[in-house]
Design a protein around this ligand. Structure first.
Ligand code: GTP
Length: 377
């Protein structure tokens, strides 16, 4: 089966992390997010995938190549300007031969794709939209259906008074190639506001498949951290979860060459990437992920945080509830607190205290003791 994954967006909500990597290449359990998606699709019987790119396309193309290493045939379609969520499908229309799957490239789900495809075929649909239930549909695309699942109406970002159902568009679709004739070529066009409402108006068989599978849009710092928490706590799994790591003590998954000093404290769930060094009296409290070659020096502490590769905490530095990009360095006694996002190469000088979701752009250097946010403000 064929699939198209939309990975061309700029990921503005995940800035500053996405200044240097496209959203779909951000690490999740130390592997690019897209690897998890591809593994999930492959498990469902997908063997050929078109990646619809625009923003930082080379980062994706050079990593995956022709897809052989992932057991897939991969093709790349690079848009000269962003074509939205339906426009990119039109670009590859001639190469889509039968029922195919479309995925937003920022959704983590363990959806049973086979079941959704069977539903689509049973209803002889031309388009099937996977729906997920949410507590508040206002930031999403609400989809009203008949009891049998035929789509009646779409409402993007409904106001409180307009909410008639808690089922929203989950960003996964099953389509027949024939619907692509209704997508205008070479212009931005959306499935949510354009193609799907148009198909419904034309009286085409558009169905909705209601799924209670795990579903998370990882496109904000909070959700990106949450995805790690959920994976580490086992609330959802990934086919790649245990690759290259072993559970060396309960709740602690580590690569083979991790060095942990006997006086250090590890409290799971934790994932420790290859080459990590945890020095005397350092503490790592889960759910936490350390990327490849992180170094926690004496008495430093990391709790409920996500560290990419080569992050260094000097003695008694602390990182809690935050995301630290590649090569971030917290000098002695520096503290980075809840919700903070520090992009690649940031250096936080001695004694700084950052908190409350402060975000720092790639390569920022904070001189020693230049910022100290007070508690309680
Ligand atoms: P934000 O700026 O944070 O909203 O992120 P985004 O635009 O990257 O993502 P959004 O949630 O708006 O889009 C859903 C999915 O569609 C993501 O996987 C995007 O990469 C992808 N996407 C959005 N716009 C385009 C586009 O113009 N072309 C392509 N190929 N993909 C897109």
């Amino acid at each position: 089966m064929q699939a198209v994954i939309l990975v061309g967006g700029e990921g503005t909500r995940l800035r500053p992390l996405t200044y240097t990597r496209p959203k779909s290449m951000l690490p999740v359990l130390n592997r690019p997010f897209l690897e998890h998606m591809l593994a999930h699709l492959r498990q469902a019987g997908v063997d050929e995938v078109f990646l619809a790119l625009h923003y930082l396309p080379d980062a994706i193309r050079s990593h995956f190549g022709d897809g052989q290493g992932w057991g897939l045939r991969l093709h790349y379609s690079v848009e000269p300007f962003p074509l939205g969520t339906a426009g990119p499908l039109r670009l590859v229309a001639e190469r889509l031969h039968s029922t195919f799957i479309v995925c937003n490239g920022d959704i983590f789900t363990d959806l049973d794709i086979g079941e959704a495809v069977a539903f689509h075929r049973r209803h002889r649909a031309v388009a099937t939209i996977v729906l997920t239930p949410v507590e508040d549909p206002s930031p999403f695309g609400m989809v009203e259906t008949t009891p049998e699942g035929r789509v009646l109406r779409f409402k993007e970002k409904p106001s409180r008074e307009e909410v008639t159902t808690l089922w929203v568009n989950a960003g996964t679709y099953i389509l027949e190639p024939e619907v692509l004739q209704w997508v205008p070529p070479n212009q931005k066009y959306m499935v949510e506001q354009g193609l799907f409402p148009d198909l419904v108006r034309r009286g085409e068989a558009v169905y909705a498949f209601r799924s209670r599978s795990y579903w998370l849009d990882m496109g904000t710092p909070r959700n990106y951290l949450r995805l790690h928490r959920d994976l580490l706590l086992g609330l959802v799994s990934s086919p790649l979860r245990d690759e290259g790591v072993v559970e060396c003590r309960p709740g602690v998954w580590a690569a083979a060459d991790v060095h942990v000093h006997e006086s250090a404290t590890l409290k799971g769930p934790l994932l420790l990437g290859p080459g990590c060094v945890i020095s005397p009296h350092a503490r790592v409290i889960g759910p936490t992920v350390l990327g490849r070659e992180c170094r926690l020096e004496e008495g430093s502490q990391v709790a409920e945080a996500l560290l990419w590769e080569e992050v260094v905490l000097h003695p008694h530095a602390r990182a809690e509830g935050c995301i630290l990009g590649k090569g971030v360095c917290l000098q002695a006694g520096a503290t980075v607190g809840k919700g903070c996002v520090l992009a690649d190469g940031v250096v936080v000088g001695e004694g700084n205290r950052l908190d409350r979701g402060i975000a720092l752009a790639p390569g920022t250097h904070l001189p020693p003791r230049s910022v100290s946010l007070l508690d309680g403000y």
